[in-house]
Design a protein around this ligand. Sequence first.
Ligand SMILES: NC(=O)c1ccc[n+]([C@@H]2O[C@H](COP(=O)([O-])OP(=O)(O)OC[C@H]3O[C@@H](n4cnc5c(N)ncnc54)[C@H](O)[C@@H]3O)[C@@H](O)[C@H]2O)c1
Length: 314
Amino acid sequence: MAKDTIAVVGAGLVGAGWAIVFARAGHPVRIFDAEPSVRAKVLDGIRANANDLKHFDLIDDVEALMARITVHDDLGAAVKGVAYVQESVFESIPVKTPVYAALDTLVPDNVPIGSSSSGIPASQFTEHCKTRARMLISHPVNPPYLVPLVELVPAPWTSPDVVDQVHALMTAVDQKPIRVNHEVEGFILNRLQGALLMEAWALAREGAASVADIDKTVSEGLGLRWAFMGPFETIDLNAPKGVADYAARLGKLFHGIAASRNNPEPWEAPLVSEVEKERRVDLAADKIDERRAWRDRRLMALAVHKAKAVKQFG
Ligand SMILES: NC(=O)c1ccc[n+]([C@@H]2O[C@H](COP(=O)([O-])OP(=O)(O)OC[C@H]3O[C@@H](n4cnc5c(N)ncnc54)[C@H](O)[C@@H]3O)[C@@H](O)[C@H]2O)c1
């Protein structure tokens, strides 16, 4: 059966990634971006990513995927008759607000509209829309076709049915949606990431370890488990009788650590330049793009491994 058409509005880094997610799952995808130069080159970027995915056997057919994606120079034409809209324009209230005012009238009432917003809650740019009940945050991780988590965050006026619909769609296209019950700054992912980052900067500020060794603590330590389980399951398995046992044994230690950081400091310029200096010794500025491509290849290898491991171990 033919799959529903999906519109991707805003086709930078994240929008182009979303196009791959939906097209990979067999959906026709219509892309709109306000910037002609982005429209002109977006398919080349998608093709390069699709070739990488093919190289890792993560997709079967690059040409079939590309054939499902079209680029449009008119927003109305891009969203006509679609079953879902994924918005990924700049992270800015003044940019998102008029886009939502336009989608409010251009997109049929019953079609959900999800925003990739990383931190701005939907209530800040959908309030004045008459169809705001079908608008919500659908926040991906970059690149969405390799990191499947999607945070679904309703505004106070988002219909619970719409959250259910988008949850079902994301599951069907092989993403891993979670429900955030109400708007909270940074949603879940960036609050967890923020807690770790705040501590990493604080440890660097205190000279507790080098930047490289702080990173290594995650890449060769904590992060290995985090590729397949979260913090609660981690501690549930790290005390003989589970999470309550862990809380009894180590709750005081972690409370003490948190209490010692009750006055979080900004990432001030001298500290940032110290960390920058250390990073540039390990990675020259002109090698950052290369290393990003390396990261994506490692993520592809991890996606292959995870799929295999799920089959083998559950
Ligand atoms: N980059 C990330 O790691 C990441 C991860 C998750 C979510 N996000 C979120 O996704 C959204 C997009 O981020 P990005 O990194 O892709 O940014 P980007 O700058 O790469 O892309 C944004 C695109 O939106 C287009 N655009 C701007 N105004 C527009 C309009 N009125 N109509 C149509 N297109 C318009 C721009 O031309 C640009 O191509 C932001 O809300 C961002 O916070 C980013």
